[in-house]
Write a protein that binds this ligand. Sequence first.
Ligand SMILES: Nc1ncnc2c1ncn2[C@@H]1O[C@H](COP(=O)(O)OP(=O)(O)OP(=O)(O)O)[C@@H](O)[C@H]1O
Length: 251
Amino acid sequence: MVVPPENAPPDNDVLWARSLHYAHDGAPALVDVSLGVRQGEILALTGPRGSGKTTLLRCLSGQLRPTEGEVWFNSVPVHTMGDLSRERLRRDRFGWIGPEPQLLPELKAWENAALPLLLAGASHRAAKHTACEWLDRLDIGSFARKRPASLTRAECQRVALARALVTVPSVIYADEPTAPLHRADRALLLRTLTTAARSHEITVLLATDDEATAAVADRHLTLVDGRLAGTGAVSPLPDTPEGQAACSLSA
Ligand SMILES: Nc1ncnc2c1ncn2[C@@H]1O[C@H](COP(=O)(O)OP(=O)(O)OP(=O)(O)O)[C@@H](O)[C@H]1O
């Protein structure tokens, strides 16, 4: 029998962090943050501007190495991984969408959306097919051959969402993804994100300071000055095995 190490995280959390600390140039941005997130759970990270939401997402996704503390993904330690392994993990298992679409201007919409697949070695044809399917679901299939300069900001943000979803990642980190959008565009983006998450059991960490956006989540955690300040269920969890399983916090 394999005995798990004493300090290993619980098996049933897809993402788990213990006592995270992070300082930007010596200024603390995260202080002693611990959390666990179940597969398929949509977790809202709320809190005022500057409270540490982005820093936490970046630590959990392996973009930043915490100053102290641990991050585990599917019982694998991320905080001790080398740079190459962390890059591969982010490319293959994680998706990211931020407040700005950050598309490559020289690439067409479908090429931007297909990038993670192309970088992972998928054939051009297969990557194009999958990317165009996601663009269709986001109602921008007809713009697949356009470049970002000829798209609106909202359309670019949908391309960025397609890029985050195209590998059907285990976890999507969504950092204020609706911030640049008007109400109708917000609703479509959130609906697509949550529908995809529910149907593919993708875990979503959604950082937002907008109450309406946070309301799509199963649970929320609030950060204040880099510390966890509160937690709660946003809406009743669905009456499914995934829904029943989807809640854990060790703060
Ligand atoms: N690259 C950086 N260099 C220096 N300080 C930073 C950097 N990024 C963030 N900070 C500081 O760290 C703290 C947490 O910022 P962070 O962006 O994580 O918070 P946030 O809750 O996501 O805020 P916002 O909603 O404004 O994005 C803030 O005081 C911020 O000024």
